[in-house]
Structure formats: C-alpha cells, structure tokens
Design a protein around this ligand. Structure first.
Ligand SMILES: *Cc1c(COP(=O)(O)O)cnc(C)c1O
Length: 461
C-alpha cells in the first residue's frame, strides 16, 4: 500500500464528533457517561488506525460504535461479582468464604440504607460505643468474660501481640510457625508486632518442659497457633492447652490462642474430625482466644478476640484498635449470625452449617434432578471439603454431576464466562458440579447455563 493510499484510508475514518452525533452514541452516553464514551471512541479509532496500517479495511461508523460499546461494557463490569460455587469447597477462600444467612443479610441492609446507632446511646441521647453491639452476644454463645470484634482474625492476633508482647518475648512452638493463606506468616506477624520470637521445641515435637525451659524474665506471652491448614502425623507431640495455660500462669505469662476458624459447634457430629471450639479453648484456660467471623462461624469477615475482661479492656484502648475496627455492616451481620447460635437454629439458618449437615442422600437427589433437567451427565460419588483453612484433609461424602466432554478445561472456562459465572472442578477429565455448595436459589441459573453450553460443546463448537 502506498503512503497516499494509506493516508486516504486513515482520513476516511469518521471523526469523534461525527460518531458522537449518532443515536447509538446517545444511548451509550446515557448509560456510561460522556467522558468515558469519548475516551472509548478515541480508543476504538486508535485500534482502527492500527488495523488499517496493518492492511485492514476501514470500519464503518456502526462497527466503531460497536467496538466502543464493548470497551465500555468491559470497563463498567465490576471485577467483584457473584458466582455459583459448584466446587464443593464450602469455605472457599478465593470465593469469599462464608455466604451469609438471610437474617445476617437483612440486618446488614437495615443498618446500611440509613443511619444507625453505631456509636450512639439512645437512652442517654449521646455518644455511645461501637464495641458494645457484639460483645454481649459473643460472650453469651462462647462463655467468654469479654470480647472485642475487629476487622479480621489477622488483625486480632496482631493487636493482641502489640498490646501484650511488644518489646518482650513471645514463645511459640516450632511446629506452629505457620503460614495461613496468602501472606499471613506467624513469624513475620510477630516481627511486625515488635515482639521477640522465642522458638520452642522442634517441628514435630514440643513438650511442656521445652516451654518451661524457654521462659525467662523477658517472656510475656505464649502464643498457641492452631494448625488450620495442615496436618502433622507420626512422631508428634504438643502439650494440652490446659497444661500450657497452667504453665503460663505459674510464670505470670499470658496464653494467647490463635484458633483460626473458631467453630462454635462440633464438626464431629457430621462425620468430620473435631475442630477445636472457642468454648473449649476458653475452658482450657487461654487468656485470649482469636478467631475469624467468616470461617466456621459462618458470618461476615471479622476477627473476634475473647477472654479475660481486663485484657480485652486494654485491647479496646490500644491506639491501633481504631485502625482495625469493625464497620457497621459487619457488626450487624455478625450479631444476626450469632443470634442463630443463641436461638439454637444455626444448623438451619447458617449456610455453612446447612452445607456441612446436608446428608449425601439429599445431595444425590438434587444431582439427579439436575441430570434429568439437563439431559446429560453422570451422577457420581465424590468428596466435598470444608476448606477455608479448617479441617485439612477432611472431606464429606457427596454426589456430583459429572459432565463428559472432549475438552473439560474449555467447558470449565465457558462456565466461568457465563453472566453468572459457575466455578466447577475437573476430576478424571470430567467437569464436576457438586450441589453441596450451590445455594438453593441458584439451580435454575446453573441448569440453564449447563444445558446451553453442553449443546454448543456437543455440536462441536
Ligand atoms: C484463617 C486464620 C488466620 C487469619 O484469619 P483472617 O480472618 O483470614 O484474617 C489466622 N490464624 C489462623 C490459625 C487461621 O486459621
């Protein structure tokens, strides 16, 4: 192509103003705003110029507007979107951990749409404290003396170390110097808190005598960290919490327990291993116990610190408490979630516990219904997991719908590209959909998507 031809073609492209003067542009402007539209048209024209220089045709106004519309819709789509979790992993860390109960959702909506008594005392008609909303019910369901709710458990552990171990020694078993998820590494958190890490025992065995030998005049805290996301088997030993508490108290130290998932109910009732509960940790004599609100508790993201009243009072007054404080939406959701435990209706109300307690036979019937309505697939025995850094290696027997296609990875990707994305897993070259983690109201969307995509895949596209 000569320079003349190229220039003629480039000049044949419409100007931004001309494109703006169309009905299609008016509709886009109404939907996305003037400035973003102008930017998208410029970008569409830039792309067209590159294509022309590469030997392509001159696009017409309609196709330029169409490409601007695609750019705009991609930019406007939030990256944080709801998905259907068909993986069978109940507390899926990447998918937002615990789905909330209807009551938690209603409570959040109630305080979100308007003003609320977040820091207001209605009786006195003056400033109140945000700390009081959750404390009483946390204490009631855990048996704790006092409680403080912060932004997440990582913040709770950090705050406890800052308040009670900064500039002093914190003892921890070498078997508990762990990493939780992406980047919460106990030794690094300890360093950030200004506590001196005192390693005790060995990776697999730490005895009470090891702890005792490590205590000196500088020691302030023994930190016990629950093995949330890994399992030690074989020649292993850790002293019971109660013995550790007695030792700590004999030497004037505090026992702080990072419990992680913070179960309030016994997982062993559902064929799982026993996950230590908050109540047990307190009964063993821990001075402070830290756990998450959005793991096995099944509520919103939160870090809950329970224990001795004088210690909790000091935490509330700590200069960094405000930096990690809980917001009103989380507080409302957490209190409503805990209300289900107080009423004794947690198994029925809280999605995480509904999923854990659903018998495999019920899941199998649901998978069979899916198969009937989809008209394809095999219902097979499979395993669901609790996930979310709790009960490592433990699974629940389940039934899943297995879809067999030539390219399972392509079907899984197509499921993720649906308007309401479906996250599946691939096992033995089949795409597996586990009903256990699919919310009751999501069946129709899932079935519609799978039917449509399977038809496309089986017709060979
Ligand atoms: C999950 C977990 C944490 C981190 O809790 P977040 O609520 O995610 O901040 C810390 N410690 C343990 C033992 C955990 O299991």
């Amino acid at each position: 192509m000569t320079t003349d031809t190229l220039n003629r073609r480039l000049r044949a492209l419409p100007a931004v103003d001309a494109l703006l003067n169309t009905a299609a542009a008016a509709a886009l402007e109404k939907r996305y705003g003037r400035e973003p539209l102008v930017r998208a048209l410029r970008e569409a024209l830039n792309l067209a110029r590159q294509a022309i220089r590469a030997g392509g045709d001159v696009p017409d106004a309609a196709s330029l507007l169409n490409s601007a519309a695609n750019l705009l819709s991609r930019q406007a789509a939030p990256t944080l979107r709801p998905v259907i979790n068909a993986t069978g992993v109940i507390l899926h860390t990447n998918l937002g951990r615990a789905p909330l109960s209807a009551a938690a959702l209603a409570a959040i909506q109630d305080v979100a749409v308007g003003y609320a008594t977040l820091e207001y005392d209605l009786e006195a008609g003056q400033r109140g404290h945000r700390d009081r909303h959750a404390e009483r019910i946390v204490c009631e369901v855990t048996g704790a003396e006092a409680a403080l709710v912060v932004n997440n458990n990582a913040a709770g552990v950090l705050l406890a170390l800052l308040a009670f171990a900064r500039g002093r020694g914190a003892l921890i078993s070498r078997g508990q110097l762990v990493q939780i998820g992406g980047g919460f590494r106990v030794p690094e958190v300890m360093a950030q808190s200004g506590a001196t890490l005192v390693e005790v025992g060995t990776t697999n065995r730490t005895t009470l005598a090891d702890y005792e030998a490590a205590i000196d005049a500088d020691s302030a805290v023994i930190l016990a960290v629950h093995a949330s996301n890994f399992k030690q088997i074989g020649f292993t030993e850790q002293p019971p919490l109660a013995d550790l508490a007695a030792l700590a108290h004999r030497h004037g130290l505090l026992l702080v327990n990072d419990l992680g998932s913070g179960a309030l109910l016994d997982t062993a009732a559902f064929g799982l291993a026993h996950e230590p509960t908050v109540q047990e940790a307190l009964a063993a004599g821990c001075d402070l116990v830290c756990f998450s609100g959005d793991k096995l508790l099944g509520g919103p993201q939160a870090g809950i610190i329970v224990g001795r009243a004088d210690l909790v009072a000091a935490l509330k007054k700590h200069p960094l408490a405000r930096a990690v404080r809980m917001d009103k939406l989380g507080l409302a959701g957490l209190v409503a979630t805990l209300e289900s435990y107080r009423r004794g209706t947690a198994l029925a109300d809280i999605p995480v516990w509904r999923m854990i307690s659903t018998p495999a036979a019920v899941i199998r019937r649901r998978a069979m219904r899916w198969r009937r309505r989809i008209g394809a697939g095999r219902v097979i025995a499979a395993e669901s997991a609790v996930g979310g850094g709790s009960l490592p290696g433990e699974t629940l027997p389940t039934f899943a719908l297995a879809l067999d296609v030539a390219r399972p990875d392509a079907l899984a990707a197509a499921l993720r590209a649906e308007p309401l994305p479906i996250i599946a897993r691939i096992q033995d070259d089949s795409v597996l959909l586990d009903p256990r983690t699919v919310l009751p109201g999501q069946d129709n969307a899932l079935i519609g998507s799978v039917r449509r995509l399977l038809a496309a895949f089986q017709s060979g596209s």
